[in-house]
Design a binder for this molecule. Structure first.
Ligand SMILES: *Cc1c(COP(=O)(O)O)cnc(C)c1O
Ligand SMILES: [Zn+2]
Length: 429
């Protein structure tokens, strides 16, 4: 008998370490499929892993991988086979040292800005979309969709264009032009809804149940458990970029709260499987919202698990989820690690965008302004320890929300093109 496969030349594709979907509420387990809620308790489902498979992953294996999120494929539910990926190859974004910002805020320990605006569509959403759509294509879906506050629509439309798959993305009708144009340009269907993100999300939850949308993967609805896992790569990257250390404090923006819970999960996994070391007192997770949409932070401040939905307002539109799906789990992570949450109003957000830009050279969208403003408040209130290493996450690009600071900055001089005019304007001192 002859074998069709020449074992000396084919390299085997590693298997997924994912084992099942497990309910975050009651622990019920389901197969790895397009399902996001538990049939028993309606709780959200999350990917569970074969711990033994994770424990076999080595630093060397990761370091030898590609210069993007797929270096962490051994720790992700999908994408082990490069040919299976639906992706713009996001990730390995800069971890920027921020001594001038630290000095201005009175932080004595190292301060870092993880700048995820450097991703292909300029927000951290490329990470979650690459993982969700790779899962979606593997599960046989032939159209890609999402309910978005802006950046997600941008990323899904771009991924679909790259993969040559039709897309239909849903957004609230009042989004910034910088989010609408950067999505529409990719040529998929873009549906603006007269309503809030929470209205958009509700509609998408209904559409996904219809026969007409049977072949459509909504990245944050029916394949949400996979989408959520993509956020872990932000945590992995920070640890790797710090030399396989977990920082003592992290400050993370919250919309649904998912990103925050997954960075915490990534740190736990790395420590559990021995790939990274935890700081001596453990790490503390801090969450940031805007004053116009602060249901999770308010629940923490009121010392309750009751998250009261709000009707979002304010300029931090990418974070405007009034009924946050992972809010409870974000509260849990912040309480368990001894962190805190706070929120910033529009003026504080604008000032913080400028502060971050002026001290680090990073131009953040409004979400990054929220996070920087909250970092400032956490130092002022004593909740954040200025003597411990801290990483603050900038998740999006300032050019997409340019109106936030458009009225505040501009030329510092206006001068005729002559030496005399330059001298008269005071440019020569
Ligand atoms: C979506 C988004 C977030 C938060 O995401 P969640 O996981 O829903 O909390 C943060 N920043 C930006 C720029 C986003 O677009
Ligand atoms: Zn359940």
């Amino acid at each position: 008998m002859t074998s069709i496969i020449d074992e000396t030349t084919t390299s085997p594709v590693a298997e997924s370490p994912a084992r099942a979907l497990v309910c975050r509420g009651c622990g019920a387990e389901y197969p790895l499929a397009a399902q996001h809620a538990c049939y028993e308790c309606f709780g959200p489902l999350e990917v569970a892993y074969d711990q033994a498979a994770l424990a076999r992953v080595t630093r060397g294996q990761i370091v030898a991988g590609p210069q993007n999120i797929w270096r962490y494929a051994p720790l992700l539910p999908v994408g082990q086979d490069p040919a299976s990926r639906v992706t713009l190859d996001p990730g390995l974004t800069p971890l920027v040292s921020a001594p001038a910002l630290a000095a201005e805020l009175g932080i004595s320990a190292p301060l870092w800005v993880k700048d995820d605006s450097a991703n292909p569509t300029h927000s951290f959403k490329d990470r979650v979309v690459s993982v969700a759509l790779t899962a979606a294509r593997g599960l046989g879906f032939t159209r890609f969709a999402c309910a978005s506050t802006g950046n997600l629509a941008n990323s899904v439309a771009a991924h679909a264009a790259r993969a040559g798959v039709p897309s239909i993305v849903f957004i609230p009708g009042d989004l910034e032009q910088g989010k609408v144009i950067t999505t529409a340009v990719y040529g998929g269907d873009l549906v603006a809804i007269d309503g809030s993100y929470d209205d958009v999300n509700r509609l998408c939850s209904e559409l996904v149940e219809t026969d007409e949308f049977e072949d459509t993967a909504f990245v944050n609805v029916n394949v949400r458990p996979f989408y959520a896992e993509g956020s872990k790569t932000l945590g992995y990257e920070v640890a790797e970029q710090l030399g396989w250390r977990i920082p003592a404090q992290v400050v993370i923006p919250m919309a649904s709260g998912e990103l925050l819970t997954k960075i915490d999960k990534a740190f736990s996994e790395l420590v559990e499987i021995g790939l990274a070391t935890a700081p001596s007192g453990g790490w503390r997770v801090f969450g940031a919202q805007s004053a116009g949409c602060n249901p999770i932070a308010t629940a923490l401040h009121n010392d309750t698990d009751e998250i009261t939905p709000v009707r979002p307002t304010g300029i931090a539109k990418s974070l405007n989820i009034g009924d946050p799906a992972a809010g409870l789990y974000a509260l849990e992570a912040v309480r368990r690690t001894g962190g805190w949450m706070d929120y910033a109003d529009d003026d504080e957000i604008r000032a913080a965008i400028r502060l971050l830009a002026r001290t680090t050279g990073v131009f953040a969208e409004t979400a990054g302004g929220v996070t920087t403003a909250v970092l400032q408040k956490l130092v002022a209130s004593g909740r954040l320890d200025p003597s411990l290493e801290t990483v603050v996450f900038n998740t999006g690009e300032g050019l997409k929300t340019i109106d936030a600071v458009a009225g505040q900055v501009g030329p510092t001089y206006r001068v005729k093109p002559s030496l005399r005019a330059a001298r008269e304007a005071g440019l020569l001192g």
